[in-house]
Design a protein around this ligand. Structure first.
Ligand code: TTP
Length: 245
């Protein structure tokens, strides 16, 4: 009986999981995804907005020692050596976030429970890893291995990570460059405009031009909301109101 109840509990949590609508916020580096996510959480306290696990990439704990590495910095300093490792780790940490059980608060919400993420396993592959492959920072063997485990995991976890919608925050690469300079994240000091231009084109190809590089059929049908965030929105309530309604 105990076993039955525990499997019934798992089943019921799976059923609740199926009701959840998952949305990801996509857009170039420094476009303002975190700011938008924070504003969205304030506007919709009944939704669950999960921020990107970037601090995990800056502090990879070494199991046996009392120390850690900044993998984000290592990737920017020596992309040929560390891009594959970085993309593996960022994708795994993201998958872990997507698979975390929803909070009780979300499951008890009256309306449709909505979970919002900054980025997804799809941008990991089709924006960053693909870009690094094309820049020859990920070699063809690493790229084949990455695609193999990525496709396997997406197929295995299918409905648990399926997106209901994508919010694409769009601004020019120049605007992103200015915002990146203003926030001054140490690891990103060497990021150049042409890198942001490449990432911008990748976002456009995936989310606006619907390029054929994306291999997951279910993803092609996911609706994309394109929001122009070229105008400063962090401190302007009227711009925020337009974006959030
Ligand atoms: P972003 O995911 O773009 O986060 P952000 O903090 O720049 O977003 P915003 O300002 O819009 O809130 O990237 C964080 C850093 O990690 C950035 O330096 C790019 C890097 N990165 C990769 O190199 N590969 C990846 O797959 C991801 C997700 C990030």
């Amino acid at each position: 009986i105990g076993r039955f109840f525990s499997s019934a509990a798992v089943y019921s949590s799976m059923q609740q999981n199926l009701r959840i609508k998952r949305v990801s916020i996509e857009g170039n580096i420094a476009v303002g995804k975190s700011t938008f996510a924070r504003l969205l959480q304030n506007a919709r306290p009944d939704w669950e907005v999960t921020s990107e696990p970037i601090s995990k990439w800056q502090n990879v704990h070494h199991m046996s020692q009392q120390s850690s590495s900044n993998l984000l910095q290592m990737m920017y300093q020596d992309p040929k050596r560390w891009s594959y490792t970085f993309q593996t780790f960022s994708c795994m940490s993201r998958l872990r976030t997507h698979l975390e059980p929803p909070s009780a608060r979300l499951l008890q919400s009256r309306g449709t429970p909505v979970q919002v993420y900054e980025r997804s396993v799809y941008s990991d592959r089709y924006i960053f890893a693909l870009n690094m492959f094309e820049l020859r920072c990920i070699n063809s063997t690493e790229w084949a291995v990455y695609q193999d485990w990525h496709s396997f995991l997406v197929e295995q976890f299918g409905h648990q990570i399926q997106l209901e919608g994508i919010i694409y925050l769009r601004a020019s690469p120049q605007t992103c460059m200015e915002r990146l300079g203003r926030r001054g994240r140490t690891e990103e000091q060497g990021v150049r405009l042409d890198y942001l231009e490449k990432l911008h084109t990748r976002h456009e190809n995936w989310l606006v031009n619907k390029s054929t590089e994306v291999h997951f059929e279910h993803l092609e049908k996911v609706p994309v909301l394109v929001l122009d965030v070229g105008v400063e929105f962090e401190k302007d309530p009227s711009v925020q109101a337009k974006l959030l309604t």
